[in-house]
Design a protein around this ligand. Structure first.
Ligand code: AKB
Length: 324
């Protein structure tokens, strides 16, 4: 690799987005330039991962700073977080991991770097008082989940580090992310991944949200594209930094099931809403992403039909090979 390759750290590298971002950035910049870190070992086959890996608890400020300094990190993708449903089971843990972890990353980036930082926010930053249709970029941020509270605070912290220290911090408000490599863990939108696995495996699914719960969603290739495109944008041209609305598609469980039925005709879904329904009810149905489109050229590639066809294709092949 050339000398100009970035020295990257990915926290939460064992997670749904981290696993795939690790692969993509490893291919782009050389696996030796991408350090994977997580509180738990990588879930995928360790032989398939050429990047170095370190166990890291992001709440440990000393370890975070040591890692950034020792490895000469100049770019951090800070993906370690406790998501919405898990957060409601242990709010203090969510606060600690999401807020202390983010402060530690920002401080290490400032003191041991300077390192550029990507920190995802979420549609969870919005709440029941936010306009639910085409939610604007600038709007009411009064979430009712602890995860949402930490996401709003994270956005504000990021903006503070940009203004106060001139640090380069960027991020998007992600919707539910759908993918087929590593399952998500502890989110409210997780149903939209689990439904595909059960459709292919058993032809049946019990959904923990109501059939008419419309939520914003995005396919993993678009999620990865949004991260790399935002990080490639000219920082001086950005008016927003770590709070970009982005959108790709919105659907209800019933609409997703109908789309899956085009590929698996006998597929059935039973609806048994649980505590996650209240979380979904507090989030928007659709998002206005015009700031991201204007400031860094955001455009999604996948809609519901294209995403569903791809998911079913990949999982069906895996099942035929006896790997699902
Ligand atoms: C969750 O459901 O908690 C996450 C999110 C929307 O941030 N997928």
């Amino acid at each position: 690799m050339s000398q100009s390759s970035p020295r990257i750290l990915i926290t939460g590298a064992s997670g749904q987005i981290g696993t795939e971002l690790l692969k993509l950035l490893g291919l782009r910049y050389g696996p030796e330039n991408v350090l994977a870190a997580d509180i738990q070992p990588l879930l995928q086959d360790p032989n398939a991962v050429e990047s170095p890996f370190e166990i890291l608890d992001v709440t440990d400020a000393g370890r975070v700073e040591d890692l950034v300094r020792r490895r000469g990190v100049d770019t951090v993708y800070h993906l370690a977080a406790v998501l919405s449903a898990s957060g409601e089971k242990d709010p203090l843990k969510a606060w600690n991991v999401n807020i202390q972890g983010t402060v530690n990353i920002l401080e290490a980036a400032r003191k041991a770097g300077p390192a550029r930082v990507f920190i995802p926010s979420s549609i969870a930053a919005f709440g029941p008082e936010t306009p639910r249709l085409r939610t604007p970029q600038e709007t009411v941020l009064r979430p009712t989940t602890i995860y949402g509270v930490t996401k709003v605070a994270g956005e504000l912290l990021a903006e503070y580090y940009v203004g106060r220290f001139g640090l380069d911090v960027r991020g998007c408000r992600f919707p539910g992310i759908i993918s087929h490599e590593t399952p998500p863990g502890g989110g409210t939108t997780d149903y939209a991944v689990a439904i595909f696995y059960e459709a292919v495996r058993t032809g049946r699914y019990v959904c923990f949200l109501r059939e008419d719960s419309r939520l914003p969603m995005m396919y993993m290739p678009d999620c990865l594209k949004s991260i790399t495109d935002l990080m490639a944008a000219d920082f001086s041209r950005l008016r927003h930094h770590a709070d970009f609305n982005i959108a790709a598609m919105s659907f209800t469980p019933a609409e997703l099931a109908a789309e899956i039925r085009k590929h698996i005709p006998g597929f059935t879904v039973e609806y048994k809403p649980d505590f996650r329904q209240a979380i979904a009810d507090s989030w928007p149905e659709s998002i206005d992403d015009s700031a991201a489109r204007e400031e860094w050229g955001w455009r999604p590639d996948y809609d519901l039909g294209a995403m569903t066809a791809d998911m079913i294709g990949v999982l069906s092949r895996r099942r035929a090979e006896g790997r699902l």
